[in-house]
Design a protein around this ligand. Sequence first.
Ligand SMILES: Cc1cc2nc3c(=O)[nH]c(=O)nc-3n(C[C@H](O)[C@H](O)[C@H](O)COP(=O)(O)O)c2cc1C
Length: 296
Amino acid sequence: MKVLGLVASDRVLGNSEVLAKEAARPLLEAGVQVRLLRITDLEIRSCIGCMRCVFRGARCPVEDDAEHLFDLMLEADGLILSAPTYVLEPAAIIKAVVDRFLMLALRFPELNARPRYGVSISCAGIEGWNPLGVPLLNKFLLAFRYRVVGSLEAYAPGPGQILLDEAVVSRAADLGRALAGVLAGEATEGTATRGTRCPVCHGTSFELLGDGRVRCPLCRVLGRIVDQARGVVEFEQDSVRNHRWADEPLREHVENWILKTEGMFRERAREIRARAAAYRELDHLWLAPPERQDSA
Ligand SMILES: Cc1cc2nc3c(=O)[nH]c(=O)nc-3n(C[C@H](O)[C@H](O)[C@H](O)COP(=O)(O)O)c2cc1C
């Protein structure tokens, strides 16, 4: 069994790093091969939206380290994803990587064929300032076809300062133990039917649908508020099984929407081009990016 630990912070021995390493310990004790990668060391550029990866099954034309990272992720049976929160959500490198997930879209059936599991660690400075850390890290896991085994929120501003909070450090080890357990084939805990968090991404933000019904915007899980005072939601099990990132709904989205958008566009491409032509008139508004010495 192989586990990859992705650390999304530049801070050496920062909170994301030490907690990822703490989660790694029980896995190492269980004989799992663990490797760590500081993803801020990689060059991950923006997706250019060309769609060649899905429409043609072609290699991504963006020359960077995304393919190298995905090769490592594809080999891994388990993932530890540990990231700092910057301005209320995981640091930008997390989004940059997840934006490239269509590079793997045609390989989802292959990826889904064997169970793969992940845990997330969201490191922030202060409680109340990290509303999106955990759910967006879990969205990363789900998008790359890992089942979420557990998540941890940790609060400490200085690098490594989280080590003063022994309870959180031991919860990181618990996460690693849980990951080792599922990788060894031990039964996973069932999905919660009631709670204050989405049972799939563990987020706490819900859309209000009226009549006390709510929906997780990331996973499309539906529920009904059953305890107003404590904000407890009873989740509809069918929507939990068929959440946005589950194998079948995601396959359906790729095949019946993403792949079909090419034909839908082509059918009216001439008309779209004709309408867009008028916007060339405003091209004189563009500012040039600054000249860089290394591009000379
Ligand atoms: C640019 C920047 C933005 C930050 N924004 C937040 C924030 O919105 N909420 C929060 O709780 N902490 C915020 N923090 C604090 C970090 O999340 C916190 O220090 C975290 O533990 C860093 O993890 P690391 O040591 O692994 O880098 C921010 C830190 C930086 C440098």
